[in-house]
Design a protein around this ligand. Structure first.
Ligand code: SF4
Length: 154
């Protein structure tokens, strides 16, 4: 039976990115189709109530797991604190995953919400997850990025 999978909305062509664009990824759509997976599109930052377009955001002092533990922050390019709003978006994303029975998530790499292997801490690329990706992972949902398509067990 086809299994639902949570997918970053921007990878599916939705214009949810901070700059109002999408990150349409034909490879992701081809993968979904070949494996007959049902995509459940989510944008944690829109679910948090942030507008589109919106300011770019970065981590300070860590990444998603450290945010969940209270030892790192998310800030906008203008220096505004965004940690609480990113946590809200992560919790709403987890609710959708549970409502739809998603046990896996396919997320946009290097986003402060969705990154799976790398994110930006200031201008520096570091190893770590986005806030929503980290919460999903801690909640037992397998997280992958668009760069891991060959590694996803179907
Ligand atoms: Fe895409 Fe995630 Fe950023 Fe939303 S928060 S635009 S889904 S990478």
């Amino acid at each position: 039976m086809s299994q639902p999978i949570l997918v970053s909305a921007c990878l599916l062509g939705l214009q949810t990115r901070y700059d109002g664009a999408s990150k349409n990824h034909p490879g992701v759509q081809d993968w979904l189709s070949r494996h007959q997976r049902i995509p459940v599109p989510v944008c944690p930052e829109q679910l948090a109530g942030l507008p589109t377009p919106r300011s770019r955001t970065f981590f300070q002092a860590g990444a998603g797991h450290e945010v969940l533990e209270g030892s790192a922050q998310v800030v906008s390019e203008h220096g505004d604190e965004r940690t609480a709003v990113f946590l809200r978006g992560a919790r709403e994303t987890l609710k959708i995953a549970r409502l739809c029975g998603c046990r896996q998530a396919l997320l946009k790499e290097r986003s402060p919400s969705c990154g799976v292997h790398e994110v930006y801490c200031g201008e520096e690329k570091i190893t770590g997850l986005g806030v929503a990706a980290a919460l999903l992972q801690r909640s037992g949902i397998e997280v992958f990025s668009e760069e891991d398509l060959d590694a996803i067990q179907t």
